[in-house]
Design a protein around this ligand. Structure first.
Ligand SMILES: [Zn+2]
Length: 446
């Protein structure tokens, strides 16, 4: 197969080449030669970008089919030019042991429309053996939810700290990370933490009726302190740290202070923090509620500037669907936190950062950080994961456009100056049961 006549965004910048595909892989890039034949895909006038790698999605499968399934998650991903997703471990039960990891892999593999990897969960009860076994099973990384208790009987991760209920296991903590550090270091996989300091959140709890109350209850200080503390742990204990969903200027400033102190440090933000600010709550209502919160204009502008300056390595969607009922609860305090976003990830990055930087943020960098050696770049030998983008057409985000089960999204109403025309996964259109599990390569044992 030949994808011919498009402007191809390679690691060395845009090139006027045809992409020759042999089976599932890119065979070579050759100067435009106007080939003809049944195996030629005409990409003239289009941009050819590497398939995006969204390292931060919540597919809700297994456990919450009313919110999302792996089929609907990955169909939305494919529609948005995302050809690899790394799924977070707060499914049911939370993915904290090898048997659970392998059962989840089997459960979602037949539904996957695009390729996927799976995160592992650190619980306060996790052992070094758990970490070793999860790494050997191919976990993409390890995630600790500071301030999120786990129900012992079901393994469900809860959006609240432990109470006196004996069925609730206290959340993973800085101490959990310190205790498991030798095994985490040996595993060599990125550590990610939900970085909002739980002791600060406990001290700022307040009655929630308005968005201003929410902001008061979850101050940016919580992110700044958590990023600093996790950075201190990672620096002292020699861990790889991937800061996820950076949402505030306070968090960004804490991240800057980690440079040099943490040897392997990377950082992610999400489109919602680059496009929205608290004023958008008037328009979006609880659809905009997510943790960490969307904050002020100064936070948004600081994150956009840092992104353009290359201080942020990746953009992930933090795709987190809920049902309409859960999102639109009449009491803001009860509305669930999270929004779908996998389908708008690539378009939103193109709009903000242009094609070259978007390709780095959504493909090359996440593939490198998570050891996906066959992904992320358009070059010979890599998987033929390609997105054909029309730079002259527009896309309006509407509920009807969404392929996720949850069609109300924080970026509803956003118009992008680009449209995705077609997507190839390993040289063919994405389709259910074609998606393959990806274990990281070159990241220590396993
Ligand atoms: Zn998340």
């Amino acid at each position: 197969m030949i994808v011919a006549g498009g402007k191809v965004y390679t690691p060395d910048g845009p090139r006027e080449v045809d992409v020759h595909i042999d089976g599932e892989r890119i065979a070579r890039l050759q100067l435009w030669s106007s080939p003809t034949g049944p195996d030629v895909v005409d990409a003239s006038g289009l941009w050819v970008l590497p398939g995006a790698v969204d390292a931060h999605v919540h597919g809700r499968d297994p456990g919450f089919p009313e919110k999302e399934t792996f089929q609907t998650l990955t169909a939305a991903a494919a529609a948005g030019g995302v050809t690899t997703v790394l799924d977070m471990p707060n499914t049911l039960p939370g993915v904290a042991m090898r048997e659970i990891f392998e059962a989840k892999r089997r459960a979602v593999e037949t539904k996957a429309v695009v390729d996927f990897g799976l995160w592992a969960l650190l619980r306060s009860s996790s052992t070094e053996d758990d970490v070793r076994e999860l790494a050997a099973a191919g976990a993409s990384g390890f995630k600790a939810y500071l301030g999120y208790a786990v129900r012992r009987s079901t393994g469900q991760v809860l959006y609240s700290p432990a109470t006196l209920d004996p069925d609730l296991e206290p959340p993973a903590s800085y101490g959990t990370i310190a205790r498991l550090a030798p095994a985490l270091r040996a595993a060599g996989r990125p550590l990610a933490v939900h970085a909002e300091d739980p002791s600060i959140l406990l001290s700022t709890m307040t009655r929630i009726e308005t968005y201003a109350d929410l902001l008061e209850s979850r101050p940016d200080l919580a992110e700044g302190v958590a990023v600093a503390a996790v950075g201190e742990l990672a620096g002292r204990l020699g861990l790889r740290l991937h800061v996820v969903h950076l949402a505030s200027r306070a968090g960004l400033e804490a991240l800057r202070r980690l440079r040099g102190a943490v040897v392997e440090l990377s950082a992610e933000t999400c489109p919602q923090y680059l496009y929205l600010s608290e004023a958008d709550y008037a328009r979006l209502g609880p659809v905009m509620k997510m943790y960490p919160l969307v904050r002020g204009v100064a936070d948004r502008e600081a994150l956009v500037a840092a992104l353009k300056a290359g201080e942020i390595d990746t953009v992930g969607s933090d795709h987190a669907p809920h049902t309409d009922y859960e999102k639109l609860h009449p009491q803001l305090a009860e509305a669930h936190a999270g929004s779908p976003g996998v389908q708008t990830l690539l378009l939103s990055c193109l709009q903000l950062a242009g094609p070259e930087l978007a390709a780095r943020l959504t493909a090359e960098n996440p593939a490198r950080i998570f050891g996906l050696a066959s992904k992320g770049r358009i070059e010979p030998g890599r998987d033929a994961d390609l997105v054909l983008v029309d730079p002259t057409a527009k896309t309006l985000v509407t509920p009807e456009w969404q392929r996720s089960k949850q069609r109300l999204a924080a970026l509803d109403g956003q118009e992008f100056d680009y449209a995705i025309r077609s997507v190839l996964l390993r040289g063919a259109p994405p389709a259910e049961s074609r998606g393959q599990f990806l274990a990281p390569a070159g990241l220590g044992p396993g």
